[in-house]
Design a protein around this ligand. Sequence first.
Ligand code: UFG
Length: 346
Amino acid sequence: MKILVTGGLGYIGSHTIVELINNNFDVHIIDDLSNSNLIVLDNLKKLTGQNIKFDKISMDQKSELDEFFEKNNSFHGIIHFAAKKYVGESSKDPLLYYRNNLSSLINLLDSLRDKKLNNLIFSSSCTVYGNNNEAPFVETTRIAEVFSPYGNTKKIGEEIIKDVGKAYGIKSILLRYFNPIGAHPSSIIGEKPNGVPQNLIPYLTQTAIGKRKILNVFGGDYNTYDGTALRDYIDVMDLAGAHVKALKRLIKEENKDVTETFNLGTGIGVSVIDVIKAFEKATGKTLPYKIVDRRQGDVEAAYANTDKAKNILDWTAKTSLEQSLLFAWNWELKQIHSNFNNQKAA
Ligand code: UFG
């Protein structure tokens, strides 16, 4: 079965490609390479032993997408990862985010309707639960005000897909990721942030390897068990597996609603200090860190209620935090020797 994967050379996309191929899907990647690199494609080919189809497409340019679908129009499912994803950047340049993330989605939906394609998986985020809700978040939790333009593109994207589903019958599953971490166990693919990492794990591994001096822990005065903020860290390969389950559900027409929503997390809220301890235990490294002021916009606790994914998708996270951090560390170690190291990459 042929699956189109947009943004398939990015962090979550590339790991999902591996799981799709493991499940005998025939994948076709489109990516604009704005936050990724063709080296990822080569690495995916090496890892899977497959010749993966790829086209460089800017999805916000409708003509490029139209031309692509003129040549390729027999997909059994579509996984839409392609989007800008940096919270801070989105606040500095909201129009970049609204234009890119929403026009890409609308252009894609236009093509799905016109070409009568169905079965869409959408990358959403726990950010849609906003700042005012209390964890654990259930899929039915009222969506509060979202604090970043990036988060708004996910929230609005979900609404657009629901309306389109109702009107044209395009079936979809919205996947709300919590905090994806880790790398493929082979260390052949992993997370490659541009510039100074904004997220905890890449900052932590870069500190451990000596690229950064010290890890700043944002906030030690939260109302949590050790004063640092709680998050739900989900291994990227576990996350990839959930996409395959969601896709099969749509293809087999097992979905109960035209648009369904699932949280993807472990269900466990872990503090920043506990992440540091788990990393030290897994790797034997000592990590220099200090507690500093809270980061603006951070919530105290964000973790999932995962019952729905467990009961309906038959999916649960399997990889332990320590194991996942070890995979992230092995990937970081490999970057020292990688020709990919000094290039702009995913
Ligand atoms: N943190 C630090 N130091 C750092 C980086 C992060 O202490 O250098 C802390 C944060 O304050 C937070 C935790 O580590 O408590 C996790 O932070 P991340 O930046 O890794 O992740 P966030 O939870 O802030 O962001 C994630 C996704 C976003 C999404 C958001 C929704 O990366 O895409 O969840 O809440 F919008």
